[in-house]
Design a protein around this ligand. Structure first.
Ligand code: LLP
Length: 424
């Protein structure tokens, strides 16, 4: 079994195996059977993978630093079952809208351990956040500072806040998900942050407790995280530092991001060196907690050979926008022969009315045929959250698998869901 597991792509969920029938198993569930029973496309989640990664974050930080918390970035996989799993694992969370706040509190996250983000939070959202009792609002602009102060006075409460700092540090990632560079819509540049800090000294109803930064997502290098912490240290001393998320996940065989332990060690070391050992440290991972927990299963509808080989499946940019938005690369396997090496380079095409709707390019699928169940690993982060109804696509179900038992935690959409809000 070990050699088999070693031959599988490392982007697959922990515990993925090939069973005696030769079929791929996630969370102990046969993906060919699951596809037959539940239909495709479907997001299949190995619940234990989520739990293991949550524990890795906790252990890594708790073993190095006393006063700390790990906040799940809910935008990465906003669904009640995922949130509940992380509540059970003892995580707090961050939200970026009133909608995410609603889902997070409903799933059981303690409001006091929620950080509320956003570069253009509305008055309604700020009010909802304070009424829900969120622990920290992360201020992103002076306009927001003034708006929040006014609302807090009206509500008669004192709101703890952090200031989001844009440190002028850009990691090596796609420009659409880089946030630490100076020319960014997010946060305060260090000089502006100094102004906001001064402004908050005299603020009514707002209590500045610390600083936040999040320099971007899908980052492989640890040095930019260190550089960001070094910049925060120039702004004075605070009790709380939220150092964001951003750790990369592996999507393909060629990608080897730092392990959770390595990443946490680097951040904590930087914090100890530049901020001191007595601060409250928070991390906000999204992708690194959820990306590799999930595979998407599709069924091949067509195989067309022209200049290339086009393997058309029953999903696409409606369930995974990442290749189209960020040029993200994925691998693909066939569920009933995952270890068979294909010789033909194929493009895994979605079913939507756009040429750009290609889920994976140049994947070696072994003699793909209509009816084959295709498995795309590492779709747990920003797959479900960016899913949409383009071309009337029905968004896929989410299925949790654990020790051979499968449970649908989000049902598949049906055609009526597409018109349920229509008034005309
Ligand atoms: N904290 C804040 C304030 C964030 O904005 C984000 C992600 C995170 C934490 C979590 O970052 P992570 O650990 O997941 O890198 N849709 C894009 C990613 C957008 C990330 C947005 N912010 C993608 O699919 O690659």
């Amino acid at each position: 079994m070990e050699t088999v597991a070693a031959a599988l792509p490392h982007a697959l969920p922990l515990g993925t195996a090939v069973n005696q029938r030769g079929n791929l198993e996630v969370g102990g569930c046969d993906l060919v059977e699951l596809a037959r029973e539940l239909g495709t496309p479907a997001y299949v989640v190995a619940e234990d993978d989520l739990r293991t990664r949550a524990r890795s974050f906790h252990e890594a930080i708790r073993s190095r630093h006393r006063d700390c918390d790990v906040l799940f970035a809910t935008k990465a996989f906003p669904c009640t079952a995922v949130c509940r799993t992380f509540v059970q694992e003892g995580l707090g969370c961050e939200v970026g809208s009133a909608g995410e706040l609603h889902m997070a509190t409903r799933a059981g996250f303690d409001p006091a351990r929620i950080h509320f983000h956003g570069n253009a939070k509305t008055e309604e959202e700020l009010g909802a956040a304070m009424r829900a009792g969120v622990g920290h609002v992360v201020l992103d602009s002076l306009n927001e500072l003034e708006r929040l102060e006014r609302l807090a006075v009206q509500l008669g409460l004192t709101q703890k806040v952090l200031i989001r700092v844009t440190p002028g540090v850009a990691g090596d990632t796609h420009h659409a998900i880089s946030t630490g560079q100076s020319d960014s819509k997010f946060g305060f540049l260090p000089d502006d942050a100094r102004g906001a800090i001064d402004r908050l000294r005299g603020a009514r109803a707002l209590e500045l407790v610390g600083l936040h930064c999040h320099i971007g997502s899908q980052l492989f290098e640890l040095e930019p995280f260190r550089a960001a912490v070094r910049t925060l240290a120039t702004l004075g001393e605070f009790p709380v530092y939220n150092l964001g998320g951003g750790l990369a996940a592996a999507y393909t065989a060629g990608q080897h991001p730092p392990r959770i332990e390595e990443y946490v060690a680097a951040i904590v070391d930087a914090a100890h060196e530049f901020l001191g050992g007595d601060k409250r440290l928070l991390l906000e991972p999204g992708r690194a907690l959820v990306a590799n927990s999930t595979v998407t299963v599709y069924t091949v509808q067509t195989v067309k050979r022209n200049v290339s080989t086009w393997v058309g499946v029953d999903g696409g940019m409606s369930d995974n926008l990442r290749p189209m938005l960020y040029g993200a690369e994925y691998e693909a396997l066939i569920a009933d022969r995952p270890l068979t090496r294909g010789t033909e380079r194929c493009h895994l095409a979605g079913k939507h009315c756009e040429s750009g709707d290609v889920l994976a390019r140049d994947v070696a699928l072994p003699d793909p045929k209509p009816g084959d169940v295709v498995v795309v690993p590492a779709t747990g982060a920003y797959g479900h959250s960016l899913a949409n109804n383009y071309n009337g696509a029905l968004r896929p179900p989410i299925v949790f698998c654990r020790e051979g038992a499968a449970r649908v935690v989000v049902r598949r959409e049906n055609p009526e869901d597409l018109v349920i809000r229509d008034a005309g």
